[in-house]
Design a protein around this ligand. Structure first.
Ligand code: SF4
Ligand code: SF4
Length: 448
């Protein structure tokens, strides 16, 4: 570990900086690793979400500061900002800043899904394929989301207490806002003018492809929330994403005709990894040892949902079948490295990879989201909530333990939950000043 990473890692941990793109992985771990390239994931390939683009438009210098800190900490000689080439105006500004910094370049990506998958991005940026079952670090790269690097640049002076989110879909004023962590999505929807349709609504938290369905919005916003897409509850995307495991299995077993389109368009398969969702679907018919073998073709699935929401002509849910298979294999402690299908390193992507990238415009149409595909302009809401609920689990790792008691007065930015010292995790902080109203092992509630 370099001298700088020995200093910078603890700063990131104390400020509670975690992956803001949805994963919530503590940033200090990446900062304390050794890499030769740091990549900014500015692809923002979840349809309808805009928060990374708005942040880059408003604070590009800060994101570059965060990138430089991460490069210095990891010893990386190169920084790459991966952004879709359709963002021409932002790119001009980014290229201008890059010229004034050392060893940083802007990589223009096509408008396809999932350009922001970190392993796809590593390949686009460096020409290296991450070894199957490995992390980008195994290819010498660290990948960070735009907002994570913005937070890293601020970490010395401010902990993570605010979140950038896009609130869009069936709301009156789709927008991108910065709000105190711990307000509810209901409050955020009100900032976006409220719901604009009369029929019952549901929402997707974190993007139509990889996000989760919310049937009620009284849920606190966390450090890894990406945004909310409000939709009629009857929207086919809500029904598809809410399918139970037994329904996925029953329909998949009887309808899948093994056409293998799900595999042929799978972005990880096209990178050369041995993930084959059609074999996992075939598996739904098996029991016994055959079942275990075919399940293993799910082990390298990143759950991008392309197979379920785009590729399958029968409207089946191979991603859910892969997620179930992975969970079953975890229970019996089978991982890819020791699996029967691990044939070693995948150095080369599929020769047709470039021709099988799925254009965003087609994907949005297929998802039934064309009517909601509007801009979500930045809006300085300056929202002052009456109360916030700070969750103890906002990151990958061990949950925090509350460090305050009911009745205590806390200032904005104070630590209210601590992660155990030698475990993976980060503290959480008060996003407003006020009185601690409630404490339990799940959250700390603060009233202004
Ligand atoms: S694309 Fe659909 S029908 Fe074809 S193999 Fe995959 S799950 Fe089965
Ligand atoms: S969700 Fe489907 S398309 Fe995506 S990685 Fe998994 S198997 Fe491949």
């Amino acid at each position: 570990m370099s001298n700088f990473s020995a200093e910078f890692g603890p700063v990131l941990r104390a400020a509670g900086v975690v992956g803001a793109g949805g994963a919530g992985f503590p940033a200090y771990i990446k900062a304390q690793s050794r890499a030769d390239c740091v990549i900014v994931n500015a692809a923002e390939c979840e349809p309808l979400l805009k928060k990374d683009q708005k942040l880059l438009e408003l604070f590009p210098e800060k994101v570059f500061d965060g990138l430089e800190l991460m490069m210095r900490s990891t010893g990386a000689g190169e920084g790459v900002v991966g952004i879709k080439k359709k963002h021409e105006k932002t790119i001009l500004r980014l290229e201008e800043i890059a010229r004034s910094r050392k060893n940083i370049r802007v990589l223009k990506l096509g408008d396809y899904y999932p350009a922001g998958d970190e392993q796809c991005l590593v390949y686009e940026a460096t020409g290296r394929v991450v070894p199957p079952g490995g992390l980008p670090l195994a290819a010498g790269c660290v990948v960070n989301n735009v907002e994570t690097l913005y937070n890293a640049a601020l970490a010395q002076s401010s902990p993570v207490i605010e979140k950038w989110v896009t609130i869009t879909g069936a709301v009156k004023k789709p927008c991108t806002i910065k709000v105190p962590i711990g307000i509810t999505y209901s409050e955020a929807v009100e900032i976006a003018g409220g719901v604009k349709i009369k029929e019952p609504v549901a929402a997707i938290d974190g993007g139509p492809m990889m996000g989760k369905v919310l049937l009620e919005f009284n849920v606190p916003i966390t450090k890894s929330s990406g945004g909310l897409i409000v939709l009629p509850r009857s929207h086919p995307l809500i029904a598809k994403k809410a399918q139970s495991r037994s329904v996925v299995s029953r329909i998949g077993r009887s309808v899948c005709d093994q056409c293998s389109f799900c595999t042929e368009l799978c972005p990880r398969y096209l990178l050369g990894h041995n993930v084959q969702p059609h074999r996992v679907m075939r598996n739904l018919l098996f029991s016994g040892p055959e079942r275990k073998l075919h399940s293993q073709y799910a082990l390298l699935c990143c759950e991008c949902s392309l197979c379920s929401l785009y590729s399958c002509p029968e409207g089946l849910h191979p991603m859910a079948a892969c997620a179930s298979a992975k969970s079953d294999l975890r229970e019996i402690k089978v991982n890819y490295r020791e699996s029967a299908i691990n044939a070693g390193r995948a150095d080369y992507p599929h020769p047709s990879r470039d021709f099988r990238k799925v254009p965003m415009s087609k994907l949005i149409r297929r998802l039934g989201l064309s009517d909601y595909n509007t801009d979500a302009p930045w809006f300085d809401a300056d929202y002052k909530p009456a109360r916030v609920k700070i969750l103890m689990t906002q990151h990958i790792g061990v949950p925090c333990v509350p460090s305050v008691k009911p009745g205590e007065i806390v200032q904005k930015g104070a630590v209210v939950g601590l992660a155990p010292e030698n475990k993976l995790g980060c503290p959480v902080h008060a996003s407003i000043s006020g009185v601690v109203a409630k404490v339990n092992d799940k959250y700390v509630e603060i009233v202004a």
